[in-house]
Every structure is written in structure tokens, then in C-alpha cells.
Design a protein around this ligand. Structure first.
Ligand SMILES: [Zn+2]
Length: 103
């Protein structure tokens, strides 16, 4: 299975409630985000999250889909950025910790 590890940032407030404030960050981006929170009263930290990486269905991994256009009476197709993966060509599905433990 093709997996990718990215990071999420968690914030914990004074009552112990946890909130996910950012997801799908590279470790570098997560560290930069955490650095920007230094001095805040509340606690922030990063946690790794594992995603299963698979080719995008609508564009089959190309990142573009062909859209029908009319130029006068002529129908032509034009490549446009895939709306499902935003041009990345793949989709990420988070693998939950529970599912991960079973494997
Ligand atoms: Zn796509």
C-alpha cells in the first residue's frame, strides 16, 4: 500500500478540550506553524497522520480532466485542472489509528 505521512496540529484549551487546527501538513510546515504559536497561552503540538495515497478516480492520476467546449458549432475538449484532486493526481484517505492497529 502506498502511504504518506503528514502532520496535524492539535490545540488543547484550558479545559482539556482538544481541537484539530490544521491537517495534511508537511513536517516542515507543521514546525513553522507551531513556531508561529509560541507565546500563546494554550498548548499546541503536532501529531503524525498516515494517509493511503491512491490515484484520483476522475483524472486517473493525470491531474487534469478534459472538458467539452464549444467554439462556434465545433465541440472541442480542453484540459482543465481536476476538481477532485486539485491537480495533484492522487487522493489521500486518512488511515485511522484503530484501522492501523489491526494491520
Ligand atoms: Zn484528479
Amino acid at each position: 500500500m502506498n502511504t504518506v505521512t503528514l502532520f496535524k496540529i492539535i490545540r488543547q484549551d484550558d479545559n482539556g478540550n482538544r481541537f484539530v487546527v490544521a491537517t495534511k501538513l508537511s513536517e516542515q510546515s507543521a514546525d513553522a506553524r507551531l513556531a508561529s504559536f509560541i507565546g500563546h497561552k494554550q498548548t499546541y503540538w503536532k501529531e503524525p497522520q498516515t494517509y493511503e495515497k491512491s490515484y484520483c478516480g476522475p483524472c486517473a492520476g493525470y491531474g487534469q480532466v478534459h472538458q467539452m467546449m464549444f467554439v462556434g458549432d465545433m465541440a472541442t475538449t480542453q484540459p482543465v485542472q481536476c476538481g477532485s484532486c486539485y491537480g495533484d493526481g492522487y487522493t489521500l484517505r486518512e488511515i485511522s489509528d484503530a484501522a492501523h492497529a489491526v494491520r
